[in-house]
Each structure stands twice: as C-alpha cells, then as structure tokens.
Design a protein around this ligand. Structure first.
Ligand SMILES: Nc1nc2c(ncn2[C@@H]2O[C@H](COP(=O)(O)OP(=O)(O)OP(=O)(O)O)[C@@H](O)[C@H]2O)c(=O)[nH]1
Ligand SMILES: [Mg+2]
Length: 564
C-alpha cells in the first residue's frame, strides 16, 4: 500500500477552466505547488491553441505535461497540468469528467453569452472537482478491468452530481460554499454571505491577446481585475458558424465588428460604478461614460482588442484630457508680469466652510515668499470668530521663517485687517490699494467660508470679486467631497456670473484641492472639479504644514482612478 505520500490531490499541478476569450472561470492549484502556472498556460495558448495545432491534446512545457480539452459548444478550454515524470493514466478520462460535470452544473450560466456575464458568475467548483479527482485517482489505483471500473465510477459520479445539484440549487451558485477548497485562489470577501460582492470575484485572465504578455499574477489579490489591463473577449460578436476553424473565435474575435452601444453597456456600467467608488461625482461619472460611449460607437475594433480594454483606454484618455490644463497657469510668471506693471497680483480664495482656505492661503504665501516675493494677506473673513487671529498667527510664523533682517529690514508678509463685521469687499479694496502703495508683489484675499445655498453670502462674495477684479479666483475644495462638488462649483460660478458687472464675467479660474493626504486612492474629486469648471487644479494641499503644497500629477491621478 504505497501512495507515495500524496493525500488525494497531490498528483496534479493545476487544473484550469477558461473561456476561449481568455477569462479564467475556475482554477485549481495542487497542494504544495508554488510555481505560477500562468507561464505554461500562456505558452499553450500561444503555441498550440492560437495556431490551431490541435492535433493531439497534449503539450509539454519544461517539466510540465499539459493536456487540454475544448468545449466548442460553450467555448471553453479545460487544461490540466502535471509533472512530466508522472504518467497519469486517468488524465484523459478525468478531463472528460470534469468537462461534463462543469457543463452540467453551469449550463444556465454558460448559455448566457457575453464576457461580462461570465465574469459576474462565481464558479464555485472546488468541492465537485475534489470529488471527481478522488474518484479518478482511486480508479487508477485499483487496477481492475478498465471497462468495469469505468462503468462503476461513472455511475458513482453521476450520483454525486445529482446530489450536489439538488443541495445547491442548480442556478446561480453564489452562496459561500466550497470554502474548503484552499487551493484555488480564493478571495477573502467570498466568505461574505452577501449576494452582491462589489469587488469580490477575482477575475483571472489568460493572455489570449498575444501581443503584450500579461501573465497571471498569483501574488495579486486585489479583486476585480477587469479594469486593470486584462484581456477578455466578447462572445456576442460571434455569429453562428461565421468563423472558420476550431479556434476561429480566438483569431477573428471582434476584429471586423463595429462597436454598438449594447456591446459596451455592461462595461460602461461597471466603469461608472468604479469611478463613483473612487469618489467621482455620480453625475460626472455618468456623463464621462456617456461621452466615452459616444466616442466609441461605430468604431471598428482592432484584432485582439476587447470591448473592455477599448472602453478602458478611451476612458483613460478622457480622464487625462480632463485633467490636462486648458490654460497655462504660471503664477510666478504672472506675478513678475504684474511687478513690471508696478501693481500687485491679486488672488482671491473662496469656498465653503472649513475646506482649508486660510491654511492653504498661508502655504501659498510661504511658497511665494520662498520664490522671493512679498505678500500682503487681506483678512476679508470678517465673519468667523478667530479668522483674523488665525491669519495673524500665520503671518508671524512666516516672518519668523523669513526674518526681515534677511530682506532689507522689510517683513516679507504683512496682514491687512479691519477686524470683524465690516464689508469684506471694501477691506479687499483697501488692501489692494495699500499693497500698491507699499509695493507688495502679491495680495492674497482670504474670504469667509459660505455654503453655496446661502444667497446673501454668495452675493457678497460675487460683489467682492466684481468690484476688485482679482487676477485669479481660486476655488478651494476638499478632495473628500463627492457628489457635492458639482453643486458647490456650479453655484459658486453661477453667483459670480449673476453679479458680474461685465459681459465677460470673472468666474472661478483655478482650483485648490485640499486634504489630498486624507483620501487614499479615492481621487475622484479632482475629476469632478476640473470637469465641471474646465479649470485646472493649481495647487494640491497635502497636509497641515507650509510644505504640504503640491501641483497635480495628472498621470498619477488617472492611474489611481483606474486602479482596481
Ligand atoms: N490633512 C489636511 N488638513 C488640512 C489641509 N488643508 C487644511 N487642513 C485643515 O483643515 C482645517 C480647516 O482649515 P482652514 O484653513 O481653517 O479652513 P477654511 O476654509 O479657512 O475654514 P473657514 O474659514 O472656517 O471656512 C484645519 O484644521 C486645517 O489644518 C490639507 O491639505 N490636509
Ligand atoms: Mg478660513
């Protein structure tokens, strides 16, 4: 009695079931097998399957033997891998059994064509597989008459199939069963009994594309890969027997088909939810996806591209486009130009309460001072208790960082304040006049926070801006903001337009995005704010010290947005 130490599943290195589009529906990795089998499987796909070398159903890759089986009805590929030195007599029959069983069990799911439908299904096949494997191994151990054994085994397996289908109910198998199956690359979240798993199912995809090799990476456990450079193909493009050859599907693919809205719908829906999860305002996520769809409708996709990857690329392009400044914003240069005209460069900060207007105004003061300019801070928040003192504290600190002794005895930053309760627009005007007189390079106007729905306060702000015509109107908004971003910006701009005294009203012409340090990768507010205003994010606040001021890295933001 010698089983060479194996415990029932020790003979196979792996077993994987994937669609001809490359979506991995299910896979199994043998106990103690640590090598990724992405390499061998991708090699099999490249050198056998894609080239229609389907003569005998086996393939060797280094020390591995691979056997595969095609299911042309459901467009599935079953691949098993084991060490070449092992002669596993049961493998051929085993593949057949697994194929039949898998088809039987997931008939309903497999009949719904379309890559996304496949992805959204959870194929909890582990327990069934183990039973089949044990039976196959047992039958090979007991070297009885082959015919008899096969018959007996198949009867047995049929029984198991039935009992399992009954208990689990045949259709959508989403409940957390089969968790003993430690060898499949499972997800923590699949333990959750909730039916909807937001990023629960780990999608694995083989490199069917054949161009750049995206291999299966087992170290990655971050759930939903569908937005993450994967390939999957849409079967909806298949029309009857229009494709020649057994693997016509893989080669022709969507190559000659132009995209319709229907093709993209499910992908777009997924993208939209993804963007919303990244804190992009829902309305904007919707509009973005809509415009991507419009951009792609009717487009003929290249060979080996997929709906998902096409949509993803288009979306990525749009996001970069949105974040790319349409207008040059170079404050230092503008300040120098104003210097030449012997006038101060005036910046007004506005925004709702507590978003970081005063703090970031102080950081920008520091940055200007470091660049050799002098700053006058106009304390035009005459409303909130402590607002003036807060600015005075900053002014003191900044002057101690850059003592007057180092600047020809002149303080680099000064505060212009008239206490509380007075008219902010008037104070701003006096401050600008004072700055002109005293040859300050820049005036930074702090204003009181106000909710966008507070009409009197919004009017007062619009008046301040209309009367003083600052060079730059900066809207300060928190990166934490979600749907609210749209309402804030629309109403601030509306107020400025309504109370403008010119036919070319001064609107918000730049954004300070604050508290960027507190949002992880939920960077969606950057998109919402630039999308709605068409104006650039001029500064990003990343903390509470004077140094925590950055410019926006559009590429990094987009990659954070696309990241699963
Ligand atoms: N983590 C972090 N905190 C910030 C940032 N910017 C501002 N804050 C904090 O946000 C809080 C509010 O900042 P203020 O500058 O007083 O905000 P405000 O918009 O002037 O507030 P009001 O004048 O009352 O409307 C303070 O505790 C700041 O330290 C930032 O970029 N990151
Ligand atoms: Mg303030």
């Amino acid at each position: 009695y010698n089983h060479r130490g194996w415990t029932g599943n020790g003979m196979l290195d792996f077993f994987t079931i994937f669609s001809k589009g490359g979506i991995v529906l299910w896979c199994f990795q043998g106990a103690g097998v640590s090598e990724s089998f992405a390499g061998p499987v991708n090699a099999l796909i490249r050198s056998v399957i894609l080239q229609e070398r389907s003569g005998n159903n086996s393939y060797t890759h280094e020390a591995l033997s691979l056997k595969y089986k095609l299911d042309n009805e459901f467009e599935l590929i079953f691949v098993v891998g084991f060490q070449k030195i092992l002669t596993l007599t049961y493998v051929d029959k085993f593949i057949d059994d697994v194929q039949l069983h898998f088809r039987d069990r997931y008939k309903n799911e497999l009949e719904q064509k379309g890559a996304l439908k496949l992805i959204n299904n959870s194929f909890e096949f582990g327990d069934d597989f183990k039973i089949l494997l044990r039976e196959a191994e047992d039958s090979s151990k007991a070297r009885g008459p082959a015919a008899m054994r096969t018959f007996k085994e198949s009867e047995k397996s049929q029984k198991t199939v039935k009992s399992m289908i009954e208990t689990k109910g045949g259709e959508k198998v989403k409940e957390p069963v089969g968790k003993k199956n430690k060898n499949t690359k499972k997800e923590g979240s699949s333990k959750s009994p909730k039916p909807q798993k937001p990023r629960g199912k780990q999608m694995r995809v083989w490199d069917i594309g054949g161009r750049d090799t995206k291999e299966l990476d087992h170290s990655k456990r971050n759930g939903d890969d569908s937005l993450n450079g994967t390939f999957f193909l849409d079967f909806s493009s298949k029309k009857g027997g229009a494709f020649g050859g057994m693997f016509g599907m893989l080669k022709g693919l969507v190559g000659s088909k132009s995209l319709s809205r229907d093709d993209m719908e499910s992908v777009l829906e997924k993208m939209k939810d993804h963007l919303i999860a990244k804190n992009v305002a829902a309305e904007i996520a919707y509009q973005l996806c809509d415009s991507v769809a419009k951009k792609l409708e009717g487009k003929v996709m290249g060979t080996f591209t997929t709906v998902a990857s096409t949509v993803k690329l288009a979306l990525q392009d749009s996001l970069v486009q949105i974040l790319q400044p349409k207008r040059r914003v170079d404050i230092l240069r503008d300040v120098m130009e104003a210097q030449i005209q012997r006038r101060p460069f005036v910046v007004t900060f506005c925004g709702v309460n507590g978003v970081g207007k005063s703090t970031n105004l102080a950081k920008i003061s520091f940055w200007l001072i470091e660049n050799g300019f002098t700053v006058l801070i106009a304390a035009c928040d005459t409303f909130r208790a402590g607002a003036v003192e807060q600015l005075r504290t900053h002014q003191r600190r900044l002057n101690s960082l850059h003592p007057p002794e180092h600047h020809e005895g002149r303080p680099v930053v000064q505060l212009y304040e008239k206490g509380y309760g007075k008219d902010a627009a008037g104070i701003a005007m006096e401050a600008i006049a004072y700055a002109r007189n005293q040859a300050f390079d820049v005036v930074l106007v702090d204003t009181a926070g106000r909710m966008q729905d507070n009409a009197p306060l919004m009017t007062a702000l619009a008046k301040l801006i209309a009367v003083n015509v600052p060079d730059l109107v900066l809207f300060v908004g928190e990166a934490l903001v979600g749907n609210e971003a749209v309402d804030q910006l629309v109403k601030f701009n509306q107020a400025l337009a309504d109370h403008s005294m010119s036919d070319k009203p001064r609107l918000i012409d730049g954004i300070v995005l604050t508290k960027f340090d507190t949002i992880d990768d939920k960077v969606g507010a950057a998109i919402s704010m630039t999308y709605i205003t068409g104006q650039p994010i001029v500064f990003v606040g990343t903390g509470q010290t004077y140094n925590d001021l950055r410019s926006l890295n559009a590429r990094a933001v987009v990659s954070a947005l696309m990241k699963a």
